[in-house]
Write a protein that binds this ligand. Sequence first.
Ligand SMILES: [Mn+2]
Length: 310
Amino acid sequence: MAPQYDPSKIWSTLLTNRGYFGGALVLDHTLRKTGSKYQLKIMVTREVEADTEYMAAFAAAGIPTIVVDKIEPAPRDGKVNRGTWEKLAPWGMTEYERIVLLDSDQIIRHNIDDMMTMDLPDNYIAAAHACTCNPKKLAHYSKDWVPANCAFTAADQATGQPAAITEDCPANHHLLNSGTVILRPSEKEYGDLIHAMNTHPDVPKMLFFDQDLLAIVYRGKWKPLSYAYNALKPMRACHSDLWKDEDVKILHYILQKPWKSRTYGDDVIESTHKLWWDEYAEVEKEWTESPDENKRRLWQSVVVPVVAQE
Ligand SMILES: [Mn+2]
């Protein structure tokens, strides 16, 4: 028997190509395994929709898809800042009361259904802060991305309670990570986002697209969530006082993706890849031992090429 889902609220993630499909299958698996009473529906672009074999794989996985039209900013000086702007599409899906955006490079470690009922002031979204420590000293990140300015340095290290966003907090405390976002679809808010995407002067230089735009449009209007709802793997090293493995609900594999290699470092950060591979092994078993020949064939043609085999 298929589980009975509450249809008014969904989890959603965006896929624009085949590359993250293994990630999405593992995300879906961990949502089901942690007993969510809400369904994951995957947003796919028109390019994905045209890939019939890929669409057959979604069907075989039992994951419904929502086809989204291209969203991109109006050209400025003839140039378009191309990126993951389709992550804004859920604001327009007013048939749902609430949508929680997840990333397909996340796994769910404990049930997160509380996100569907959590209090949220009118016209607010909720998200966890961005970590602005820049531990890898990536040159393209802003110069003020140092630990002293990171919101997680100011979080309650014992309880994980996030730092409050105040008038005089460091600028970086206004930044969020859009890997996890709680939103309520609204024509008005969707219109505001699209308008800002087409007109805000910062859009041409935005590196993180939807994430940077959300921080601007919802400045002072987003509720910070505990890091536990979007635990960025490097934080296990750079916020080791805050991070408690047992508290992590959503583990987010930013930067190097676990499915790129079956071998990984044994350090504090890369060792988290084992958790992903353990979940993947369960998905792999389900597909490769399926009595459905079509499902076994789709595994070989759609999943195997995008997930490291050694
Ligand atoms: Mn991600």
